[in-house]
Design a protein around this ligand. Structure first.
Ligand SMILES: Cc1cc2nc3c(=O)[nH]c(=O)nc-3n(C[C@H](O)[C@H](O)[C@H](O)COP(=O)(O)O)c2cc1C
Length: 318
């Protein structure tokens, strides 16, 4: 049996599979994990839902609408705020034998800075192994335009977060696909000192109820995820691996996310250049998805000469 372990900077993962942020909760997500050793043994890391400095109620309901090839969500980063997260939700992960990566979101660079410091300074059990910066949130100082589409802002946020967190914590920058050229924010994150990149977050979308003539989501628009976005994610991973030397050398590894619902999908991302992959929407459909994908990849590799490492970026070779 060939091992499926991969390396994300100084973080060793026993499997290339991770949860995608927001699709498996915070502390409450551990209820799912503690009930299933199958999930734990298939995963390499658990990524929490986005945490913000203060409590957020989230957007108007309905917050999720189904479409033919995925879902559109506008949860609005509902969460209890970082203090409650650290006191009540984070300790629940103590019994989970997986590296925990905390996804963070904020509306200003200063908020990102405070959030990162708070998490790093208030984790005596050293549960947090990584911080994933969600740069898709609106910059309120710039009229609500998402940070992630402005490379300068991305660089500033990453620099600030890197400065604030303990060096044992891996910093991952999660990129938005709502840009023309994904390599620009990717390069900016690398300039800011990110340890890894994850891509993609959801694409902006909308659905309309033709009976009422009104948008179906309370927030009108939201983020599209699921099978529809997979070819976009695969292309963006491919572009970064192809054009950015730090990605190509895996000095800054890529975590591929978006529309993965089978082991074949996961392998496409890996061959495009991803070292690990995140799975979100598919978990809503199939609670056994991680196990299935893990076993599928294992079987594929065991039937070949190649190791998991040989497959990373294979689509670029020759
Ligand atoms: C209900 C829901 C909530 C999400 N919340 C977050 C979040 O808090 N932070 C974040 O960075 N991404 C969030 N995402 C985006 C996912 O992590 C992922 O990038 C996206 O859904 C694409 O992957 P998928 O097609 O496998 O779901 C959320 C997605 C969904 C569907």
């Amino acid at each position: 049996m060939k091992p499926l372990g991969v390396q994300i900077n100084n973080l060793r993962l026993k499997s290339p599979l991770m949860t995608a942020s927001g699709t498996s909760g915070h502390g409450d997500g551990t209820a799912v994990l503690s009930n299933s050793s199958r999930i734990i043994s298939s995963l390499g890391a658990f990524v929490t839902k986005g945490v913000t400095l203060d409590r957020r109620e989230g957007n108007l309901e309905p917050r999720i609408v189904e479409t033919r090839a995925g879902i559109i969500n506008s949860i609005g980063l509902q969460n209890n705020g970082v203090e409650v997260f650290v006191k009540k939700e984070l300790p629940e992960f103590l019994n989970v034998d997986l590296p925990i990566i905390v996804n963070i979101a904020a509306n200003t660079v200063d908020e990102f800075s405070m959030l990162a410091s708070y998490l790093s300074d208030n984790d005596p059990g050293q549960i947090i192994r990584g911080i994933e910066i969600n740069v898709s949130c609106p910059n309120i100082k710039k009229g609500g335009i998402a940070f992630g589409i402005d490379p300068l802002q991305v660089e500033r946020i990453v620099k600030t977060v890197k400065k604030r967190v303990d060096s044992r914590i891996v910093v991952i920058t999660k990129l938005t696909p709502n840009v023309t050229d994904i390599t620009l924010p990717a390069r900016a994150a690398i300039e800011g000192g990110t340890d890894a990149l994850s891509m993609i977050n959801t694409l902006r979308g909308m659905a309309i109820d033709i009976d009422t003539g009104k948008p179906l989501l309370g927030n009108k628009s939201g983020g599209l995820s699921g099978p529809a976005i997979k070819p976009i994610g695969v292309f963006m991973v491919y572009e970064c691996f192809e054009k950015i030397p730090e990605c190509n050398s895996r000095e800054v590894p890529i975590i591929g996310i978006g529309g993965i619902s089978s082991w074949q999908d996961a392998l496409e991302y890996i061959m495009a250049g991803a070292t690990a992959v995140g799975i979100g929407t598919a978990w809503f459909v199939n609670p056994d998805i991680f196990n299935r994908i893990y076993n599928g990849i294992k079987k594929f590799i065991n039937n070949r000469e190649e190791t998991i490492s040989d497959l990373i970026g294979k689509a670029h070779k020759g």
